[in-house]
Design a protein around this ligand. Structure first.
Ligand code: NAD
Ligand code: MG
Length: 415
């Protein structure tokens, strides 16, 4: 096991001790895999890999929130045992679509959690937002591998989630490309030898825009990411750079470094995903095309590797890789998130909840692009003034803070 990977099997907390992992993909026996958030962008990439390696994966449970047709189609294609739709009103439709297939249909959030607890060797946790917290906690309980795409678990409930992972004996593997890169770059390096972890950010579609132009950008423009193809929420977060802020918080929980050892830099080509600087002057990096199937493949197969169809890097064709410092005036979200990381306690949970509300409002054209960061900052200030930024001990504490922060953020929005 990577010695310096904090959140491994048995690493119950930031100071926990690591123990050896269990190999994930044993060729002789297919890996029983469930996908929470199967109809999303990460879900699609995960199932694409499963389809390319039918001998390696047996799909157990697939879940989605509302797209019942797509869920049924995926469940049939992958011969899942159970398919769960979050919206209970769509249960009848799901049952009808699955009739005669032998696939069990269920609906509702409790059913999603139950599906997460179905015995499996690996669960892809790819529900977007704080809505993924309870199902991802449930996924950890059956003690297999949790391939973690849902960054909100670590952002809003980092220590609590890692304690939960440790207590259940589950094994946590990061899916986010930067964290997958850090995991690989750190390898067996001792924690004390790591000086700094630098996450790269593409800079998003508005990297070169001034504030005046940023004030006028539309959701459609913000959804058009130059390098990555992702779900709506993470695409907007990439455009504001909030995504990188959330990822710094994620990295703080995953790796044995202090908040002051984490940095973000802009790298428009999205080829180098993370840089780990070591005490001997070495810089370890991981490179690949910006395609989530590479980090997903690692999370599913580690310590082995599996083939992906991701196009191979051609550095000569690329010619150059460039890097620049993030501009905090034009993209204040990164700084706001960094401050929440340093503040600790429930500040990151407030940050995440306020950001989810603000991003939804932007997507619904109720606020402008620059208002997203303003709303988040105002919500954090209000939460602090009301004494809500405290230590949190349980998932219920986090969910209560999350709800209250959403209420505060909504009250800050116009209309
Ligand atoms: P997405 O919007 O494409 O898909 C989200 C999935 O979650 C869908 O299957 C949807 O049905 C389900 N879902 C939504 N709301 C739900 C609810 N309330 N209850 C249960 N299920 C619900 O999102 P995505 O881009 O695939 O991202 C998933 C997670 O992975 C996010 O946390 C994101 O930050 C993270 N992530 C994504 C990428 C990427 O490239 N897409 C990269 C790194 C990390
Ligand atoms: Mg990322």
């Amino acid at each position: 096991m990577a010695q310096a990977f904090r959140a491994s099997a048995g690493a119950a907390s930031r100071s926990g001790t690591e123990s050896a992992p269990t190999p994930a993909a044993d060729r002789a026996q297919p890996l029983r895999m469930s996908v929470l958030g199967a109809t999303g962008s990460i879900g699609a990439s995960t199932l694409d890999l499963a389809q390319r390696h039918p001998d390696r994966f047996d799909v157990v449970a697939l879940t989605a929130q509302s797209n019942v047709e797509k869920l049924a189609e995926l469940a049939i294609l992958h011969r899942a045992k159970v398919a769960v739709i979050g919206e209970e009103a769509r249960y009848g439709a799901l049952k009808a679509l699955l009739s005669g297939t032998g696939i069990r249909a269920a609906a509702g959030s409790a059913a999603i959690e139950a599906a997460a607890r179905e015995p499996a060797d690996c669960i892809m946790a790819a529900i977007v937002g704080a809505a993924g917290l309870r199902p991802t906690f449930a996924a950890a309980e059956q003690g297999g591998r949790v391939a973690l795409a849902n960054k909100e678990c670590l952002v809003s409930a980092g220590e609590i989630f890692l304690r939960h992972i440790g207590a259940s004996g589950a094994e946590l593997l990061p899916v986010d490309s930067e964290h997958s890169a850090a995991f690989q770059a750190i390898g067996r390096t001792a924690a004390r030898s790591i000086e700094k972890i630098i996450l790269t950010a593409s800079g998003g579609p508005f990297r070169t825009f001034d504030r005046e132009r940023l004030a006028r950008v539309t959701p459609d423009e913000a959804l058009r990411h130059p390098n990555w193809s992702m779900g709506a929420k993470v695409s907007i977060d990439s455009a504001t750079l909030m995504n990188k802020g959330l990822e710094l918080i994620e990295a703080f929980h995953l790796f044995p470094v202090g908040a002051h050892q984490l940095e973000a830099i802009v790298h428009p080509q999205s080829v180098v995903h993370c840089l780990v600087m070591l005490e001997d002057g070495s810089v370890m990096a991981q490179m690949s095309q910006p395609d989530m199937r590479t980090p997903i493949a690692l999370a599913l197969s580690w310590p082995e590797r599996i083939a992906t169809p991701v196009s191979r890097l051609d550095l000569v064709a690329l010619k150059s890789l460039s890097f620049e410092a993030p501009d905090h005036d034009r993209f204040p979200a990164l700084k706001i998130a960094t401050e929440a990381l340093h503040r600790g306690g429930s500040a990151p949970a407030v940050l995440n909840a306020a950001n989810e509300v603000a991003v939804t409002a932007f997507l619904e054209r109720r606020i402008g692009f620059l208002d997203i960061a303003t709303t988040v900052a105002a919500c954090l200030e209000k939460a602090e003034a009301r004494g809500l930024v405290n230590g949190v001990d349980t998932l219920d504490d986090v969910l209560a803070i999350d709800e209250e922060a959403r209420r505060m953020a909504r009250n800050l929005l116009p209309g």
